[in-house]
Design a protein around this ligand. Sequence first.
Ligand code: NDP
Length: 495
Amino acid sequence: MIDLDPIQPICIAGQWHQGGGDLYHSLYPATGEVIARLHAASLEDVEAAIVGADRAFRESGWAQRKPHERAAVLYRIAALIRERSEALAQLQRLDNGKPIRETRNLVASAAATFQFFAAACETLEETITPSRGDFVTLSVYEPMGVVAAITPWNSPIASEAQKLAPALAAGNAVVLKPAEVTPLAALALARICIDAGLPPGLVSVLPGKGSVIGDALTRHPLVKRVSFTGGTRTGKHIARIAADKMMPVSMELGGKSPTLVLADADLDHAVAGVLYGIFSSSGESCIAGSRLFVTREHYAPFMELLAAGAAALRVGDPADERTQMGPLITAQHRESVERYVELGLQEGGRLRTGGRRPQGEVFDRGYFYTPTIIEGLSNDARLCQEEVFGPVLVAMPFDSEEALLEEANASCYALAAGIWTRDFQRAWRLGRALQAGTVWINTYKQFSIATPFGGWRDSGLGREKGRLGILQYMEQKSLYWGLNEQPLAWAGGQR
Ligand code: NDP
């Protein structure tokens, strides 16, 4: 456990002090114990953080440093994350209750993200475009100023690094609003940025309620871009505010991703992939493969294997290296998942496995829920269309590839999809026809920082990651550099 006393300070324009808002407790989802006490940021803190960020952006010289000099600081941040990796992984486990094996991977991914964007920064090329007149034309990029980053609770350190690293690499200042219930990783990251030599003021972390702090950040005239990860409803609210400011936003939102198991799939691989796709991170994952379509001819045996696999998953103490599924984030969120399961049953679904809280001393105080599979629904049921964000899979048989594609694409979301088949032509055909930002073929939920990520439709706007991820945080500018030996012809004859 971390030290409960004194109250955690927050980071406002490079200064550490207590927030001006209400005192609140951060709880460990596995036991409900208090792991940290802190004051939320106040609206005055928001103002101070943004004004301080703007000053640091204009006066610290960060934006004017050569790209390789900014990169050097980012490499140091990556090195410090690695140096402190075990402490960060334990902190993240306490903050959101994910199993320690997963939080170690998230910390490694955060370090890799800083390393990658350091490299992207020092190798970013600006171009001389083909000239069509007596001028040289160039396309260059400029930082934007103060960027607001707003993140959810499900993978804090990784999603926060995914915004901080490219935004800082691009030369901006960042004001980060982590989810109210998971403030600790963001605060630890801010400390690392400062320890690595980032000029003070360029990073602030403002824990507190999104409807207050996040809203004020989004509306502030000095904030030039919002990078948001969270629910679709919140994303649309932010996008409306951004429209009035004509401010660019990027949105990583929800999903209801289909997984397709075809007749020629390797069943062992498909079972393992589907289990991992939906139940890892307790299903609290935007890319969870939560809608399963299995060819009718293999549906019964496949579901037999899948249900047995789900029932055998090790749900339990997140500190135990063998645990595969930890608790859900809060008591309220578990109730929301339970309501969805009830809804599915009311809609005519049948419970294949799970659908209850696990029993036993280890589960008594935490927000645990068993891996759940529901069958017998059609794709237009609410449980098949709405994001549960928990360990709940809906499974449906399909008869033809045509019907399969239609149903898989019939969703307001289009974040990710999975295909299990050994037929490479079919994989290609379906992979191209599925409407989703990411399609996994014979694998699921694998990530590379070098590969763009984002959603279509209600799943989002813009792309994070990939070399071009840095450009989300820059404005493009064209330069025309005249070479004329004579005055411009239009007015030139007047003298
Ligand atoms: P929310 O949209 O409720 O919250 C996300 C963040 O936005 C939190 O920091 C929240 O603060 C803040 N927020 C809430 N209201 C406002 C507002 N009016 N203005 C500005 N900020 C606000 O989502 P959840 O935290 O419940 O996260 C789960 C959602 O995130 C799921 O839908 C999931 O699919 C999506 N997600 C998407 C990912 C992607 O990459 N596509 C990755 C991970 C999650 P507070 O903590 O106070 O609520």
